[in-house]
Design a protein around this ligand. Structure first.
Ligand SMILES: Cc1cc2nc3c(=O)[nH]c(=O)nc-3n(C[C@H](O)[C@H](O)[C@H](O)COP(=O)(O)OP(=O)(O)OC[C@H]3O[C@@H](n4cnc5c(N)ncnc54)[C@H](O)[C@@H]3O)c2cc1C
Length: 270
């Protein structure tokens, strides 16, 4: 089993079952990465599980390393640590163990940071709409933290959906970015407004409705099209499939090896 080669330097409990975790390599250097890429975290089967998770029916091999991918939320310009945004899957194998970690604890961090979900191939004059559910906002934090101050003339928009307002963990930073940068828009919607303890005055419903209902068009002052905008989709595969269908009807094509000119970019979390 590989060594636990990284240390938890900070843990922010953003909401129940939702944390921002910072990990630093111990005795080695983080490689360069492109915003939007992911890291792999691991813990052995014998690592304890948070009491807020389901008990494991069949505990696995105590010495087997359980590994999962996590989008990097920190800027690629800061390479002393990685920031990750993680939701607790109560019945899951790895996240109940990650949620038992505290600052100073050790974890395995894969030495390679990879992934194709990046803005590398987006021409600088094309606008970027970043659509996320839940923790799917993580790669956009890395992209914006790294590139928002740059010279590309494009507009950026984050369209974020979550069940509850308290799950929109990066809202304060995204609202600030949108206030400071005239080319940045942030639209957030909650799908269970009836469960908010104080009335939610913001947008309601699924994130797809921000696209179909014209909220982005209103914010930008024009309707984004496949000719001028690249759309990034990250998180829940149900949202991604819905959005991909909606976008295909508007002439957008998913970027892949056969369609390098495509303007839909996709990262499915499961
Ligand atoms: C490229 C990539 C990047 C990812 N980035 C992130 C990230 O930034 N943050 C993050 O929390 N997860 C992310 N994931 C998902 C992550 O890799 C794990 O699948 C997740 O943490 C569950 O692991 P587990 O071992 O606890 O659950 P498992 O025992 O592996 O159970 C998997 C089940 O958990 C559910 N699930 C998985 N991910 C999520 C999620 N994010 N939200 C709600 N339910 C989920 C699904 O029902 C899935 O079938 C990413 C996945 C990929 C492929």
């Amino acid at each position: 089993m590989p060594d636990l080669n990284a240390v938890v330097t900070q843990r922010i409990d953003a909401a129940p079952g939702l944390m921002i975790l910072r990990v630093a390599p111990d005795g080695w250097k983080l490689p360069e990465f492109t915003p939007g890429q992911f890291a792999v975290l691991g813990l052995p089967g014998k690592a304890p599980r948070t009491p807020y998770s389901d008990a494991e029916e069949k505990p696995g091999d105590p010495d087997k390393m359980i590994r999962r991918a996590y989008s990097i939320a920190s800027s690629s310009l800061s390479r002393d640590h990685l920031e990750l945004f993680i939701t607790l899957v109560r019945s899951g194998e790895l996240t109940p163990r990650l949620f038992a970690l505290k600052p100073g604890d050790r974890v395995w961090l894969g030495p390679k940071l990879t992934g194709l979900f990046t803005m590398r191939d987006v021409p600088p004059e094309k606008h970027i709409a970043m659509i996320a559910t839940g923790t799917g906002v993580a790669p956009y934090m890395s992209m914006l933290r790294t590139e928002l101050g740059g010279t590309a003339p494009r507009r950026y928009a984050v369209l974020a959906g979550a069940r509850h307002s308290w799950d929109l963990a990066y809202s304060a930073e995204l609202i600030t970015m949108a206030r400071i940068h005239p080319r940045m828009t942030y639209l957030a919607t909650v799908s269970r407004p009836q469960e908010e303890p104080a009335p939610w005055g913001g947008l309601k419903g699924y994130v797809q409705a921000l696209w179909t209902g014209g909220a982005l068009e209103q914010a930008w002052g024009f309707k984004p099209t496949a000719a001028d905008t690249h759309v990034f989709l990250c998180g829940n595969p149900g949202m991604i499939d819905d959005m991909a269908k909606l976008l295909a009807a508007e002439g957008f094509v998913e970027m892949d090896a056969r369609h390098p000119e495509g303007t839909i970019h996709v990262e499915r979390y499961w």
